[in-house]
Design a protein around this ligand. Sequence first.
Ligand SMILES: [Zn+2]
Length: 246
Amino acid sequence: METVKDVDALSVPEHIPAEGGFVHFFGTRQSPAVLVKTVHVGQVTPVPPDFPSVISVKQVHGKSVLVFDDPLASHATLTQEGDALVTSQPHVLLVVRTADCVPVLFADLQNRVVAAVHAGWRGAVAGIVGETLATLTQRYGTHAEHLRVAIGPSIGPCCFEVDGPVIDPIKAHYPYWAKVISPVSSTHATVDLKEFIVQQLQHQGIALAAISKSAACTQCDASRFFSYRREGRVNGTMLSGIMLKP
Ligand SMILES: [Zn+2]
């Protein structure tokens, strides 16, 4: 039986091959330090020598996919808002920020396209994963068998206890909700957001062997991760990113 591979924070899941020209990471509170210190939301930030153009945009918990296939001017302002970033350009690092939400990185090994997605429960329910897959398929001809997906650290089912406003839309729109939601009382349940992403990917034809999933919980592990829920506010965010090399 196939199993989902585990990914530790900052590790490089081997199923997205570095030798194939893919650079990717899941950050922690402290690292990658060079990016944590310099990357700006809403701007193309040059972070030489490794990252000539870093893209980070305002995230809005929606399902908008932003494509960056045209050359980008250094320090250009990015007014677009969205939760999925896609590029086929080498040396463009796509960055998403999370602090409990799920960072998801995509690599099409054949067509050489990458995507970085910020998926909280709102975006996951809205369909940000499916929208990203649709963009890859329609724009680049991505086939499921060439796709690799890495799911990073997020709040785990150990800590993500919620009530109706979160539970109800998942139950209403996703027939496999029982694999994602575990009731704890008549009104409350825990939700496994990372498994929710895995289920969505599988239902879109992505094989389990092509998916890796971090076991880390951002709320449990205060030494490595910021957590909106634990800290009660946005204290900071982890950066996760993916880039093509020429
Ligand atoms: Zn936890």
